[in-house]
Design a protein. Sequence first.
Length: 316
Amino acid sequence: MALPEAMKNMSLPVIGSPLFIISNPDLVIAQCINGVVGSFPALNARPKELLDEWLNRITTELAAYKAAHPEAEVAPFAVNQIIHRTNDRLAHDMELCAKYKVPMIITSLSAPTEIVPMVHAWGGVVFHDVISVKHAKKAIEAGVDGLILVCAGAGGHAGTQSPFALVQEVRKFWDGPIALSGAITTGKAVVAARALGADYAYVGTRFIATPEANADERYKQMIVESDAAGITYSPYFTGVNGNYLRQSIINSGLDPENLPDRAADSMTFGSTRVKAWKDVWGAGQGVGTIDSVQPAAEIIKTMRAEYQATRKALAG
């Protein structure tokens, strides 16, 4: 299967992953005008009426940038939709995505059987998050255009399989686009993802430590100061396994090595309620390569240079 036409105008084969709370129009626009797909969860726009404003701003500013810089490689943007019965905004948010003809929809949780034909009707593409071969096959049956393989080491909710295992198993039955997620923070890692068989690298944690990201400054600094050993993998905070910054768990009054039984504990400690994403911060195992808070444009520029230099070195 050929890569989607809308995704060919990229300066680097990278998709910025949709970061809950953190991704916003500032970050998305900065990613897109620098040649990588920028994305955000629809649920980040709160109240729901704000989503119309966000989509209008993103589409308007990207169109204006393209007009002013016709030679630039301006990547498309994506909106993440949670396919679950608890998401009572889904119909509303999809109507707005249709209104603005969002180029790419990233779906999570349930297979997007009803979403795919809607997106295809306006000319968009659908990529779906999966953590196993079983989930990949269900997504393909739903008609998705691409798969996002969320492997071990990815920030936030993540799987446990090695990318060396999952990518190669999926490639046995799927020749369509694959984006690979899991501790990818450098241009060298992007080259490795493609060598393994992926078409795109899916990068999240690296873009948290940016001025554009809607993240607490302490969160950004903690990422800069952390390494892979500072990541804790646990289902405690949301009921789904995820990777979190160990220090943020400690700062919330918990012991990362002895988290309470989730079924027996309400996550209320004294008068403080610990909340995932707000108090306990997600991050991937690639944090050890992040040494500073930088604008998204500078991060992408550095990654592009590393990517090109690594490809040249391997070819030589």
